[in-house]
Design a protein around this ligand. Structure first.
Ligand SMILES: Nc1ncnc2c1ncn2[C@@H]1O[C@H](COP(=O)(O)OP(=O)(O)OP(=O)(O)O)[C@@H](O)[C@H]1O
Length: 248
């Protein structure tokens, strides 16, 4: 469902070239739930932006649902849902439900299907109390739930999330994690998320990939990740070791 083959992305900054992602090969099969870790500046967001078609790779190839994201952005939009935790895709001054209505038009979802999906998402994400509130008045947790609903209204096959639990309290995080687990298990949606919250990884992701210096530094199960540092009892200790051992 997601395929990166020796994908790379560099940027020219003044006279320097920054290799944000280099030679990254990764395949995510349909229905998988994969967590992506990596130190600040490792290349996670750049990778996500290549998957969405926001950035074109400068080397290698990227495919999502069989499509080249930067060339087939419109076709891909129908198959892909995206949430950037640090930024909203909702219309700031409009009530949440009006953003959903606009998304319905953009994705050409028929009214009956929209109503039934919105009903389901309102219930599972508990949006009822603030559907008519302008997005700018929502708390971060409410806004994130709104963004998740917006990303799923067109029932995409693939969901890509860049730090979806950033800044959320423990209860809101638990709610979002529970929701994502259900979307993956019940709808079979392929999920790839980036996070700095190791609780997301422990509670959600059987498979973990670690990006360091723009390349793949680890790809395996959580158990295999723990086994890279025998004697360390917590995932924090294992990841700290990996980051300080050269992923940085
Ligand atoms: N548009 C850009 N122009 C120049 N350099 C960029 C650009 N976008 C990213 N970079 C650089 O590419 C590298 C990777 O950045 P990226 O945002 O992908 O990291 P990240 O792993 O998502 O980090 P974080 O965990 O801090 O969000 C960094 O060195 C960053 O400064």
């Amino acid at each position: 469902m997601i395929e990166l083959d020796r994908a790379g992305r560099s940027f020219k900054v003044k006279r320097e070239v920054v290799h944000a992602v280099r030679d990254l090969s990764l395949t995510v099969a349909a229905g998988e739930f994969v967590g992506c870790l990596g130190p600040n500046g490792a290349g996670k967001s750049t990778t996500i932006k290549m998957l969405c078609g926001i950035l074109t790779p400068t080397s290698g190839t990227v495919r999502v649902a069989g499509l080249d994201p930067s060339r087939r952005r419109t076709a891909l939009a129908r198959r892909l849902g995206v949430v950037f935790g640090q930024r909203t895709t909702l219309w700031w001054d409009l009530p949440l439900v009006d953003s959903f209505e606009l998304i319905r038009h953009l994705y050409k979802v028929d009214r009956a299907t929209f109503r039934s999906r919105l009903g389901e998402l309102t219930e599972t994400l508990d949006l009822g109390a603030f559907l008519r509130t302008p997005v700018r008045q929502l708390s971060l947790g409410q806004r994130m739930r709104g963004d998740l609903a917006a990303a799923l209204l067109h029932a995409p096959d693939v969901l890509v999330l860049d730090e979806p639990t950033i800044g959320l309290d423990v209860v809101s995080k638990a709610g979002i994690r529970d929701f994502l687990r259900r979307v993956n298990a019940e709808r079979g949606t392929t999920v790839l998320l980036t996070t700095h919250d190791l609780g997301d990884i422990e509670r959600l992701c059987r498979r973990v990939v670690l990006i360091g210096h723009g390349s793949l530094a680890f790809d395996g199960t959580l158990e295999e990740l723990m086994a890279t540092a025998p004697g360390q009892s917590s995932i924090e200790e294992v990841v700290t070791r990996l980051y300080t051992a050269g992923a940085q």
